[in-house]
Design a protein around this ligand. Structure first.
Ligand SMILES: NC(=O)c1ccc[n+]([C@@H]2O[C@H](COP(=O)([O-])OP(=O)(O)OC[C@H]3O[C@@H](n4cnc5c(N)ncnc54)[C@H](OP(=O)(O)O)[C@@H]3O)[C@@H](O)[C@H]2O)c1
Length: 347
């Protein structure tokens, strides 16, 4: 570990990333008390059971990274949309589809309490890190941010961070917070106090009135009337939180968000908010979902994806095609789906 840190420090200084690496080291020490920050290939290596990528015409690799090849294999994607960012989500759930327990709402517990396979739990967390690593932005909801005061969208695998640096990608993806209400965004959370990560908040017109009253950090509002100016606006305000106001009344508009992100150069976005994922599926805007199944049973009425959203109906709901299936021991299955919209029963 010491050697790896020394190596990354040297690489980064050469590229002017010194400050961020110091931040990353601090984060790794802090987080390693609760979450893994060292990922040994042999321990988390996944067995590929099914691979549909070739048949689906997938060939785009977003990041050249030996570690990803060794643990996961060939991580390729299909065509990216022309006018908006590509979107994919990642969640761990129990075999009954729960993403949290009733007695403790922390999502990662669904993996970590699988006492039969701690390494499989590590592999689940590593997949999230892999997807953060290939992304330009990470979407998080106010709910998860409140449940996890320590949340930062940091990539904790140093080999993946190194691959990003080598590829000339920004070392940290954007953290994008979605909030219709603009209320009770936990501005004292770590994600706001660690200045190294760029932050964008997308809210509604009504939400913006609340946000203005509560925000405690310098911010600027993106004018998205002319998308060709967006990138420069962001560059000119690097030290501030970017605020994007979209939609009408108290509803923000995800479609505009993803157009603005594309205009900012944010092409690939990982969505970590369960309710926002449900909203995106309703709009046909979620391209893929990675579901890691931890072979435990939770039961009861606790959280599933979109548990508070208006459910889809038996006649109109998103479908999906399996992209790939991996397994770790006999206790975790890691499934990747491509969403398909507009499938209606004609019989
Ligand atoms: N197992 C896992 O992989 C996993 C992963 C992540 C989270 N979790 C768990 O899931 C639970 C949180 O889930 P959640 O669904 O309640 O919270 P969430 O998605 O993290 O956050 C909900 C908030 O996001 C904002 N939001 C949602 N949809 C929106 C939309 N269409 N437009 C704008 N803003 C929108 C709203 O903020 P406003 O109210 O301010 O409008 C809403 O209150 C926690 O227990 C967490 O630990 C589990």
């Amino acid at each position: 570990m010491a050697d790896k840190n020394k190596k990354i420090k040297e690489d980064d200084i050469a590229k002017g990333y010194g400050n961020f690496v110091q931040f990353l080291k601090k984060e790794m020490i802090r987080v390693s008390l609760q979450r893994p920050t060292e990922f040994n290939v042999e321990e988390i290596k996944l067995i590929l059971l099914f691979d549909n990528t070739q048949k689906m015409g997938y060939s785009k690799k977003f990041l050249e990274c030996e570690k990803i090849e060794k643990v996961y294999g060939n991580l390729v994607f299909g065509e990216t949309p022309a006018d908006r960012a590509l979107t994919y989500a990642c969640f761990v759930m129990s075999i009954d589809g729960k993403i949290a327990f009733e007695d403790s709402h922390l999502g990662p517990l669904i993996a970590r309490t699988n006492f039969l396979d701690p390494s499989g739990a590590k592999a689940d967390y590593w997949i999230l890190n892999m997807l953060r690593g290939i992304s330009d932005g990470i979407i998080i909801g106010g709910g998860t941010l409140s449940e996890h005061p320590d949340y930062t969208g940091t990539i904790f695998d140093i080999d993946i961070v190194n691959a990003r640096i080598k590829a000339g990608m920004p070392i940290a993806p954007w953290t994008i917070i979605v909030s219709n209400s603009g209320r009770r965004i936990p501005y004292k959370n770590r994600v706001f106090t660690d200045k190294e990560v760029p932050i964008l908040i997308n809210t509604s017109p009504e939400g913006f009135k609340n946000l203005e009253k509560e925000i405690i950090h310098p911010y600027f509002v993106i004018d998205h009337s002319d998308l060709s100016t967006v990138r420069k606006q962001v560059e000119d305000n690097k030290e501030k939180i970017a605020v994007l106001v979209t939609g009408t009344d108290s509803s923000s508009d995800g479609e505009i968000l993803f157009k603005v992100l594309k205009a900012m150069g944010v092409e690939k976005v990982l969505v970590e908010s369960p309710s926002y994922v449900h909203y995106l599926m309703g709009k046909g805007l979620l391209d893929e979902i990675f579901i890691n199944t931890s072979a435990i049973f939770v039961g009861g009425k606790c959280a599933s994806i979109g548990w508070n959203n208006e459910p889809f109906t038996s006649t109109n709901h998103p479908h999906a095609e399996v992209v790939s299936i991996h397994i770790h021991k006999a206790n975790f299955i890691y499934t990747r789906y491509k969403l398909i919209y507009g499938i209606i029963n004609k019989s």
